[in-house]
Every structure is written in structure tokens, then in C-alpha cells.
Design a protein around this ligand. Structure first.
Ligand code: ADP
Ligand code: MG
Length: 698
């Protein structure tokens, strides 16, 4: 039994608010339980003697050995019922009743009360405001849904109750069965992480599905999912993908990072398979529940139709899969029995007159090839082919070789029975080759994430005292926005910066420039000026004689832009050879659910217009940082496209990790941009910095 005790394996279930009035929730829940449940159902209703043939009890008090109480009474009575459940020692309570945090401040207060009671009595509380729970192992249907779940090995949680009923209805004429189903409701106590953990320990759950609108604690979810996902695939549809970025953000990173970036990164980093549509969710569920995990992403295609074979090959090319290259033995063997005109290479075309025996023999050979990780059986209707025989042959070969197979049956009515035979054996079939390929892609993605080693993020030696001193100064000034005057933070974290200093009079500027001993860059330093070059606040290539005048010009421009701007001074900085490298951006924003989110991209138009960026939730490990550098579309530029010398990507990878460590160590940093971090063949140099502090955290 899992962490949630008897919630999904009760022997006695009580309905608080059981009702004989048809059309009421109390009736629907009682009716479902009476119809389906293997154990005993108890009705609680002080105003009735009998409901659906059950004697009514006045309250939960005094009822012995109740494993789950299902509460459907009005909200204020519901709170009392939960307390009674606690006092009676009932471990699990499902609050179906609505009228809690989704219903204004009064409801929110009521929900807090519910949480307090659940904590006091250590109750596993589902909901409130939900459709209920099901568990096919014991025939439990403690919901008001108008249908049952078919038994199977998929467990599902959903934040939308309507989604559950829609899915169960949809699944009822397909061979997708469920172990547990839970409607999460307001997630006052139990949330997605609790159920993922539970199902990770449940030997009868082979796949976890989630329809989520939000994740309460992103980091807790990541940790649980990472662990559970090694044994049990987790597939999630997260709605709200197009949410606009935080418009008030002061940094590029903040503006690009809508909260969906955090979900995208967090789910991917913890090996959760994220899909975009309900159809994909079920395609994923079907193949993960029915087929073994593949050894490789090499696909074999066996078809009786050339054209669709090419379409499928194209789809394989677009996915993260590749076409298997057969061994010589396979090719020889196929050549021995396939007719003239057949193609013995992958995609194997066994031509239009193929009966099911030819499919079977071909599959037998192809699935024996060690180079084949997965296979697609692709058939169009012909006079010589019986789809029903093909289905049986495919099932037999799949089971004999234990290699995952998906089928494409390009037809209508004539394919129906065959599709059912396959589906019962766990082989999904589709009309559209692209969907079969996508399913295998998901299977391969899961295989990949399952074997991926988790690498602990590196901890670098850094100068904490120096960081504290800089933050102290910010606190004294009460400034929440810092710019290049805080470059010391980067230095303290071992991120290379050009030599330079912030000064507040022209004579000092001259002295620094002389120290640097070459042309310099001069920048205005003011918390009121976010984009310095926009107001003429950056001068590059300043010669020694121009330093004094440039200083005064920069201050004058700032004053002109904003007369009352606070001017800290001017930064005099060593020149970096930008032409020898590429301007990149390394940034951070903080997500309410996932915490610091690190961004990498190329600077300039790449980040501003194309939004060619990669995100990861911090702390970012070395392999993750390296993926970020490779993930962006413009990555070939960094690796030396078109005869350019490659930049030092190792230095970029290290910079990303060090920034990740900085923002993990210093929670007061809410946003940060290094724009640009100039990457050259010899290393990285952070020439600009901007960050926002939460002064209350300082
Ligand atoms: P801002 O982003 O506020 O306008 P930056 O410090 O990023 O200010 O400077 C603007 C641009 O000036 C940079 O993108 C870079 O192209 C150039 N630049 C800034 N500092 C240097 C430097 N030390 N060496 C060479 N070019 C620089
Ligand atoms: Mg800049």
C-alpha cells in the first residue's frame, strides 16, 4: 500500500449527504458506490431513514472502520463533517462539495479551516470542489460522474472534473483502462505531487496521466517526478501554455519568461513527458501502457504501400527518431523470400499483393535485428490482405520479440476489428502515420529520460563576503535596481568581467583609463537608466584625451534624459574584442512555483525579436547548462559555423552554472541579465549587468 493508505483500497466507504433524490450529487455518488463497490457502503443523512436500500446513520460519529468518507453536504456542514471524520479516526476524506477557495474570501477562510482540521487529524483530504475518486481494483466509484472507469494500468489525476468525465466516456470504447482516477479539485491538502508519489509505489499503475492547470510547488513536484519517472512514465497536459510574459518585468529575461517557460523547463528537467493536446495525452498513455520501453530510437517500417511508407519515413525524420539501418543478415534474409520489386532496405516495402503471412515473416526477421528499436506496421487495404489476420500476426510477432510496435491502418470500416484486436494486445493503431511516429517518439523520449543519469549541480568556491558587502551597500542606498556598479557580484562568483571601475569625477576616470592603458569604454551608471545605450550612455573606443569630455557628456545626456535621475557615476571599462566573439545573454527570473529560472540565448536581435532562448530551473547542472547552449537555434554559430572559429562554449557552460549558483544562494535577486556576456574563442567576458533585488529579502 502506498503513502495514501486505504484511499484507493478501502473496505468501507461512508457518504455524508447520501440522498434518494435523483439528480442530486448525494444520489449520484451513493448510486455509483452501491452499483460498483466491492466493499461496504454506509449512508449518512440525519434527515432520512434509508437511501437506496441502505440504512441511514445520523453522523460519522460512532461508525467503526470507515476507510473513506465522501462528503457532499453544503460547505459549512462539510467542514463539520470533516472534523467528525477526524474525531472518528477516518484516514481519508473526499470533499466533493464546492464553495471553498474558488468562491471568494468566505470560501477561502472555510478552506483554511478544512486544511487545519486535516492537519490536526492527519487526514488524506481530496478536494474540495471535485468530482471524486475512483479505483477499479476494488470497484470504487466515489464520484458523481455518469460512468465508470474500465479497469487497466493507467492512473489519472485532473484539475478539471469535466475532463475526467469526458475522458472516461472517450476511453470506454477504446482499450484504455484505469487503475485510479482522482479529481484534484482545489488541492487544499493533497496535490499532484502526493498522487505521483502514491502511484510511483503502486505496482498496478504503469502510467501516470495528469491534466494540470497549475502546479502548487514546482520544486517539490520536480523532485517527486524525477524519482517516480524512473519506473513509471508521467505524462502531463499543462493548460495555459500561451499565457503572456510578465509585462512589468524590467529585464529581457523577465519579459520573455512567461510562467509557461518555467513549466516547460521544470517538467522536462524532471523527465515528465509534456504533451500539447488531449489526443496526444491518450496516444502517449496507450503506447506507454501497452508497449515495452525501447532499447533505441531506431525505427523499422514494414509496409505494403510505397507512398505512405515515404510519408512515414518523413515523419520519422522530423521526430527525434531515426530510420534503423538493417544488418547484412537481415537484408539477405528478406531478399530470400520477398518478391521482385520489394524493397529489402528500410522502409521495407513488401508490395501491394502482400498477404498477412508476408507481413508476419518480414516482421519476424526485422524485429530480430539488434539495430531495430521500434517498428511501425503500415498497411493499406488490398484484395490480398485481411486486416484481421494482419492484426493477429502483428500481435504475435510483437509479443514474440518484445520490441515496441505501433500500427498504421490506412482505412476505415475494414480496419475497425483489426484495430480492436491490436488495441487489446496493447498495440496502438492509427490512420495517420504522423501519430504513430509521434507515439513512438514519446516512447523513445521516456526511454531516454529514464536512463539519463541525474547529475548534481556543481558548487563552485565563491567569495560570499564580497557579495554580502555589495548587497549591504544596496540595502543602505535602498536601491532595488543595480547595474554595472554591482559587477563585483560576478567577480565574486568567478565570472570573468573586463577590468573597470565606477567613479564619480572626471579626474578619477582619467586615472582609471591610464591604468587600463588603452582605449576604454565609458558607461553612465544610474539606477534610473535601464538601457544605457538608448540614451547615448555608452561610449566605446574612448581614447585617453577624450576621457574627461566623455565623462561630462555622459552625465549631461543622463540629465537631459531625466533631470532628477540619481547618477552614481561613470564606469570606465576595458575594451573587449566583440568582433572576435559573439554577444550572448545569460539571465535569471524568479518563478512563483519553480523558483529561479535561468535563461541563455544570443544577444541583440536573437533574444529581442527571435526569442531564441533556452530555460532551465536552477540549480542548473553541468549537463543541463551544456544542453542550454546546444538547445538554441543559433547554437551552430557558437560551435563555429561557416568557417568561424568556435567560441569557448565550456566557459559559457560554466558561466551559466555560476549564475545559477548565485541566484540560488541569494534569494533577494529576483531578476538578472548579463547582456552581453561576450563569448570568444578564449573565454567569456560579462561586460554588462543589470539586476533587480527584492529589498524585503535583503
Ligand atoms: P546597455 O545594454 O545598457 O545599453 P551595455 O553595457 O550592454 O549597455 O553596452 C551596450 C553595447 O556596447 C554592448 O552590447 C556592446 O556591444 C558594447 N559594449 C559595452 N561594453 C563593452 C566593452 N567593454 N567592450 C566592447 N564593447 C562593449
Ligand atoms: Mg547591455
Amino acid at each position: 500500500m502506498g503513502t495514501l493508505g486505504t484511499l484507493f483500497a478501502p473496505e468501507r466507504v461512508a457518504v455524508v449527504g447520501a440522498s434518494a433524490r435523483e439528480g442530486s450529487v448525494g444520489y449520484a455518488v451513493t448510486h455509483n458506490l452501491v452499483e460498483s463497490f466491492d466493499g461496504e457502503v454506509l449512508a449518512v443523512n440525519p434527515n432520512s431513514d434509508e437511501v437506496l436500500g441502505l440504512d441511514c446513520h445520523d453522523s460519522l460519529a460512532g461508525l467503526a472502520d470507515v476507510d473513506v468518507a465522501v462528503v457532499v453536504v453544503p460547505p459549512d456542514v462539510a467542514v463539520e463533517a470533516v472534523r467528525e471524520a477526524g474525531e472518528t479516526g477516518i484516514e481519508n476524506v473526499v470533499v466533493i462539495t464546492a464553495g471553498f477557495s474558488e468562491a471568494g474570501s468566505e470560501g477561502a477562510a472555510r478552506e483554511r479551516e478544512l486544511v487545519a482540521i486535516a492537519e490536526e487529524y492527519d487526514i488524506n483530504l481530496v478536494g474540495p470542489n471535485c468530482v471524486g475518486v475512483m479505483s477499479t481494483g476494488v470497484g470504487l466509484n466515489a464520484t458523481f460522474a455518469p460512468m465508470d472507469a474500465q479497469p487497466g494500468n493507467v492512473s489519472m489525476m485532473s484539475q478539471s472534473g469535466a475532463f475526467i468525465t469526458a475522458v472516461l466516456d472517450w476511453a470506454s470504447d477504446r482499450s484504455l483502462g484505469f487503475k485510479d482516477v482522482v479529481s484534484l479539485g482545489n488541492k487544499a491538502v493533497l496535490d499532484e505531487s502526493d498522487f505521483v508519489r502514491e502511484w510511483g509505489e503502486d505496482p498496478e499503475t504503469d502510467v501516470v496521466l495528469g491534466y494540470l492547470e497549475d502546479i502548487d510547488d514546482g520544486r517539490a513536484f520536480m523532485e517527486t517526478a524525477r524519482e517516480v519517472g524512473r519506473e513509471t512514465p508521467i505524462v502531463v497536459v499543462k493548460s495555459g501554455r500561451t499565457e503572456a510574459g510578465a509585462s512589468a518585468a524590467a529585464s529581457h529575461t523577465g519579459a520573455i519568461a512567461g510562467s509557461d517557460r518555467a513549466y516547460e523547463a521544470g517538467l522536462a528537467q524532471s523527465g515528465v513527458i509534456r504533451v500539447d493536446s488531449v489526443q496526444e495525452l491518450f496516444d502517449a498513455a496507450s503506447i506507454l501502457a501497452g508497449q515495452p520501453v525501447p532499447d533505441s530510437e531506431e525505427v523499422a517500417i514494414v509496409t505494403n504501400a510505397g507512398g505512405p511508407g515515404v510519408m512515414t519515413t518523413d515523419a520519422v525524420g522530423d521526430a527525434d527518431l531515426s530510420l534503423a539501418e538493417f544488418s547484412d543478415g537481415t537484408i539477405d534474409e528478406l531478399g530470400e523470400f520477398l518478391p521482385d520489386g520489394a524493397n529489402v532496405y528500410n522502409p521495407v516495402d513488401i508490395i501491394g499483393d502482400a498477404p498477412s503471412e508476408r507481413f508476419e515473416r518480414t516482421l519476424d526477421v526485422v524485429l530480430s535485428d539488434d539495430n531495430v528499436g521500434t517498428a511501425i506496421v503500415l498497411a493499406c487495404p488490398t484484395a490480398t490482405l485481411s486486416f484481421e489476420d494482419l492484426a493477429e500476426a502483428t500481435v504475435e510477432m510483437q509479443e514474440a520479440h518484445d520490441v515496441p510496435v505501433a500500427a498504421v491502418l490506412m482505412g476505415g470500416t475494414s480496419t475497425r476489428e483489426a484495430a480492436e484486436t491490436m488495441s487489446e494486445a496493447g498495440i496502438p493503431s492509427y490512420f495517420d502515420p504522423a501519430r504513430a511516429v509521434r507515439s513512438l517518439d514519446i516512447l523513445a523520449e521516456y526511454a531516454d529520460s529514464r536512463t539519463a543519469e541525474y547529475t548534481e549541480p556543481t558548487t563552485f568556491d565563491v567569495d560570499h563576503e564580497r557579495v554580502d558587502a555589495i548587497l549591504d551597500r544596496a540595502r543602505e542606498r535602498n536601491s532595488s535596481r543595480l547595474g554595472v556598479e554591482a559587477m563585483g557580484l560576478l567577480d565574486a562568483y568567478g565570472i570573468p568581467t573586463p577590468e573597470g571601475e565606477v567613479v564619480d569625477d572626471p579626474a578619477e576616470a582619467q586615472a582609471i583609463a591610464e591604468d587600463i592603458g588603452d582605449e576604454v569604454v565609458m558607461k553612465i551608471v544610474s539606477p534610473d537608466i535601464l538601457h544605457k545605450s538608448d540614451i547615448g550612455g555608452v561610449e566605446v573606443g574612448v581614447g585617453p584625451e577624450e576621457v574627461w569630455d566623455t565623462y561630462e557628456d555622459l552625465v549631461a545626456r543622463a540629465r537631459q534624459y531625466q533631470p532628477d535621475a540619481t547618477i552614481i557615476g561613470v564606469q570606465v571599462q576595458e575594451m573587449v574584442d566583440i568582433d572576435a566573439g559573439t554577444e550572448t545573454i545569460v539571465g535569471v527570473t524568479r518563478d512563483p512555483q519553480f523558483g529561479p529560472l535561468v535563461m541563455f540565448g544570443l544577444g541583440g536581435i536573437f533574444v529581442e525579436i527571435l526569442e531564441d532562448t533556452a530555460f532551465r530551473v536552477a540549480p542548473v547542472s553541468e549537463p543541463e547548462a551544456s544542453e542550454m547552449v546546444d538547445d538554441i537555434e543559433a547554437s551552430p554559430l557558437l560551435h563555429g559555423a561557416r568557417g568561424r572559429e568556435p567560441v569557448d562554449t565550456d566557459a559559457l557552460v560554466e558561466t551559466i552554472q555560476r549564475i545559477s549558483q548565485l541566484v540560488t544562494d541569494v534569494p533577494a535577486i529576483t531578476e538578472l541579465d548579463i547582456n552581453p556576456a561576450v563569448a570568444t574563442p578564449d573565454g567569456v567576458s560579462a561586460v554588462d549587468l543589470r539586476l533587480t533585488l527584492d529589498t524585503e529579502e535583503l
